[in-house]
Structure formats: C-alpha cells, structure tokens
Design a binder for this molecule. Sequence first.
Ligand SMILES: Nc1ncnc2c1ncn2[C@@H]1O[C@H](COP(=O)(O)OP(=O)(O)O)[C@@H](O)[C@H]1O
Ligand SMILES: [Mg+2]
Length: 257
Amino acid sequence: MGLLIEAEGLVYIYPDGHPALQGVSLRMERGEKVAVVGPNGAGKSTLLLVLSGLLRPTAGVLRVEGRQVGNKDGRRLRTQVGLVFQDPDDQLFSLTVFDDVAFGPIYQGLSEQEVRERVTQALDAVGMAWAASRISHHLSVGEKKRVAIATVLALRPEILLLDEPTAGLDPRGRRELIGLLRDLPQTMLVATHDMRLVAELLPRVIIMDQGRIVADGPTSEILRDERLLEAHGLEPPYPCPAAWNELPTREERRDEG
Ligand SMILES: Nc1ncnc2c1ncn2[C@@H]1O[C@H](COP(=O)(O)OP(=O)(O)O)[C@@H](O)[C@H]1O
Ligand SMILES: [Mg+2]
C-alpha cells in the first residue's frame, strides 16, 4: 500500500478565466480504485488533466509518491500517470493498432525489442492482440477504447486515469470493458456517469460539483444516500420503478398460460 497521490487545494483556472477546479484535495493509496462522479461541468475531466500533468494547476500542491510535482516534472508525471481520454479518436492517430500502441514506448527511447514486448503485453491485457495489424480507425468504438487503454498501459504507468470509459458503448462492449478494468492491477481513478460501473467496480466514490469535492467515501454508503445524489444531479445505479415489481415473473406467466 502507501500513499500514491496527494493533492492539496488544487485550483485550475482556464485561460478564459473559468475556474474549473476551486480547491480540490484528495489522497489515493496504491491499489485503490476510485470513481469521480458529478454533473456535466463539475470539473472531472479537468481534474484528470491536472493529475496527469497535461494541465499545470493554477494553485495548490500535487505529490505523487511523496514527491511534489514541480513545473519541470510534467514528463516524469506522464510516465507515472496514464490518462485514457473519453474519445479514443483523441488517443489513436497512427495507421495501425501496433503503431498506436508502440508510439509512447518509441517516444520514450526504448529498444525495438522492448517496444515489441510492451506492445504485445499491452494488447494482450486488453484482449486486442489479434488486432495488432488492423487499421485503428476501422475498429468498433469498444475496440478503439480497448486499444486506447493499451496505448497507456504500454507506458507501464502506476496510476490509470480514465475519463468516461463506458460512454458510447453498447451493452456488450460495456460489459467487456468493465471486465477488463476489473482485471487491471493499477491504481485507478475513473470519471464517469455510469453509476452501475461505479457500483460494480469502484469501492470508493468522490462526488464533484462546481469545481469542488462535495463527498468522498465508500461506494456502499454514498450510493445509498439518495438525497446526496439527487442534490448533485446523480441517480442511484438501479432505479427500479415500482411498477416493475407488479409485473408477473416468467414463471408466473407460464403458470397462468
Ligand atoms: N478549454 C476550456 N476553456 C474554458 N473552460 C473550460 C474548458 N474546458 C472545460 N471548461 C469548463 O470547465 C468546467 C469543468 O469542465 P470539465 O472538467 O470538462 O467538467 P466535467 O468533465 O465534469 O464535465 C466547465 O464549466 C467547462 O465548461
Ligand atoms: Mg468530462
């Protein structure tokens, strides 16, 4: 275990003056899997961009493995922290799947053999080894998402940040992705609207609203607090209209027929 991420009072103001993070503090232990939920515009994506080093905080302190991240540490941070964007088309820009996954390791200056090993392992981890020579933009959305995750895994980050990983997936693609995320050992922070994903996969939830953390605790407690969820535009994972309980079960229908 051990403390992996420690953020204190993170502020991020976009160049147009919009304050997207207004003092965010959080800690994550190694191996934790945590959800970030909240309405559109809450600051979830901005938080992931700051934690990954792609945006530099306007104020506040970020420590990764006890070391404070300074202005010149963006590159180190990007190898420790891997961000999977919401839209896989933002992550895949090479011709083939192999080239997309190899891009990061090549850029890091690794040997050809090491690059090949990393690509094979990353594609195996997401069940896409069969697609290495396929053309990335011909893949389905679910397949692209998995390759996008592989591009990040190939850099062997300790922390995975995922932005809306199940958005746009059909039920089967969604199930496959949840299974895949469950099998990955990395520490994970997942921004999502998918409350079933949260309930099934992520033992801790952070609720954000208007650039602030408004709740942080065990998923089992937070998802039960319907007033808290409603106050921040969220829904419990299994809304079950009363009318559904009135419907006869399959057995009852068969007995009647
Ligand atoms: N490039 C940008 N320039 C200015 N404001 C932005 C930019 N990107 C996002 N924002 C604003 O910052 C706030 C937080 O956005 P975001 O982090 O994308 O929220 P979320 O992911 O929770 O929907 C929103 O009000 C959004 O409009
Ligand atoms: Mg977002």
